[in-house]
Design a binder for this molecule. Sequence first.
Ligand SMILES: [Zn+2]
Length: 398
Amino acid sequence: MAKAALKLIESEPVLEGYRVLARKYRPTKLSEVIGQDFLVETLKRGIEGGRLSHAFILTGIRGTGKTTTARIIARSLNCEAGPTPEPCGTCSSCESIAGDRSMDVIEIDAASRTSVEDVREIIEAARYKAVSSRYKIYIIDEVHMLSKSAFNALLKTLEEPPPHVKFIFATTEIHKVPATILSRCVRFDLKRIESATLSSYFKVLCDKEKVGYEDEAIALIAKAAEGSVRDGLSLLDQAMTHGTAEVTASQVREMLGLSDQGLLLELFETLMSGDIKTSLEKLRYFYQEGADPVRLLEDLLDLTHWLHCIKINPDLAQDPTLSSEKREKGCALVQSLSIPTLTRVWQILLKGFEETKQAPSPQKALEVIIIRLAHLAPLPSIHELLEGFSPTPEKKKS
Ligand SMILES: [Zn+2]
């Protein structure tokens, strides 16, 4: 199962007559890697100073550039003009690596080759010198999937590596890699990439592709990518192949299945006013648009969380991924809502979320939650009641 999933992730979709962005713009030198400043700087110094370990392990969530970085290290080490952090891209070594033809850079997907025999094969081959390059480089992807005996076999080579051999491991699950292996590798943690960094990168790509964009659309994609360049690029691919000459926010919202934030805020506002009838009418509108009840509840939870945040710190409403409509409506709405009310709404929604997931009819479950919210939310909390009855006159605020 995991194998199939991995395959799915690794094989980038090929859209008709179109080279996917992730492939077209894959970085080929360290200076092109985005959002991993520490890693880039450390590797650059290591390569320039000729002080590179014989084994690396790159870890991070999927899509942060582990395999790409591994290939860049391989190019950097074997470039005929190097070792250099800026491989030339034109020498026979660089070209053969780019074309997946290098005899000296061996890429292994541990998800499909986990057995001890597979590792033995590698170790046997590691004794021989590189065919035409400086180093023989083994890139082992998803290394945590190797079997225990495979790790043990590998360990012997890691303890006394031949000088012409380098290992580069990549993994999404570093905790599954034995400590004995880890202790023999230089470890790099690839960070989730900040959405601001992703945004500016995607804008550069749009310009290169001569595709127009709305800032908000790009910000939405960057946010949805959750730190993964690959996920972001595949979303951008989808947005670009939707046919329009411009990537617009409304199109991206639709593509991401984001419910209309303006309408969601209106629903929230109606709920807080205690108008049950109108709240249910508004809810029905979402259904007509094909909204999924569970997803809608998630959106309401997100919205409640966000209202909490801007209630506490109004500056947070200035987030560029927000539409101006959401910003204005949200800021106006929290004026009339107290933290205890918002917290109570959160509790009702969260409880309702679980109920809806298990309900025979999620739609009916959501309606009942909406009624509950509209009924309860405007009521003052015990704290507010007590405050209202406080004998000290200065506490009586209108
Ligand atoms: Zn080169």
